[in-house]
Design a protein around this ligand. Structure first.
Ligand SMILES: C[S@@+](CC[C@H](N)C(=O)[O-])C[C@H]1O[C@@H](n2cnc3c(N)ncnc32)[C@H](O)[C@@H]1O
Length: 203
């Protein structure tokens, strides 16, 4: 088999393995897994596109799962050594450590962000990219998460979140926070939208 076709088959098998791992996790813990399938490449690429590869500082990913968004971030030009990956599921953490040995993989609860990251993140972060199933959480938990994330981010840096819901996962009326949304991404099961929240820029 020509080496290009071999590489394509190997990549496809890897994706199938990841899908199986993900489905298993969804069967065991549907609420915290939050999806039946990992995000599609189209959704992952859209998430990554909001992160400036020329920025400096860590890029924090919450709920990376089997890593489709992580892969898109790296393809977008983010050095894996800048990645801080916060994942609850220990099987996914092992997988991420083996695929991204220079990244910092933290097994823990992303809703306790500030305390969890205080020893790992020592300079303003360039982005927080979240695949957490936010809408399953009470509004006050979501508000605490965005407030913790904004405290870690450089002024004006993005908090990027995807959702299958039709409305913003973070209430719009938050003072000092700007929100924007992508088009609906149909090439995902189910279709999803990416929301980006930014605090005030430094003057
Ligand atoms: C909807 S999946 C998204 C996975 C991946 N980002 C993707 O796009 O395919 C949600 C992920 O968040 C993780 N997760 C759920 N609650 C979490 C928490 N409190 N702290 C850290 N990770 C969490 C789940 O284990 C799962 O991997």
């Amino acid at each position: 088999m020509p080496s290009q076709s071999f590489a394509r088959v190997a990549k496809k098998n890897l994706r199938l393995d990841d899908e199986m791992r993900f489905i298993r996790s969804w069967i065991e813990k549907p609420l915290s897994t939050g999806a039946v399938m990992p995000s599609s490449r189209a959704l992952a690429r859209t998430m990554a596109s909001y992160v400036d590869p020329q920025s400096s500082g860590p890029v924090i990913e919450l709920g990376p799962g089997t890593g489709p968004v992580t892969e898109a971030l790296v393809a977008h030009g983010i050095d894996p050594a800048r990645l801080v990956l916060v994942e609850f599921n220990p099987t996914f953490c092992r997988l991420l450590r083996s695929r991204y040995p220079t990244a910092t993989v933290i097994q823990g609860d992303a809703y306790r962000l500030r305390r969890l990251l205080e020893t790992y993140v020592r300079e303003p972060a360039a982005a927080v990219v979240s695949g957490l199933p936010l809408v399953t959480k009470p509004v006050r938990t979501r508000l605490r998460l965005i407030s913790d994330a904004l405290a870690l981010l450089a002024p004006g840096a993005p908090f990027v979140q995807f959702t299958y819901a039709m409305v913003t996962p973070i209430p719009k009326a938050l003072s000092g926070i700007k929100a924007e949304a992508s088009e609906l991404i149909w090439m995902n099961v189910p279709p999803a939208r990416v929301w980006v929240y930014r605090g005030a820029k430094a003057v």
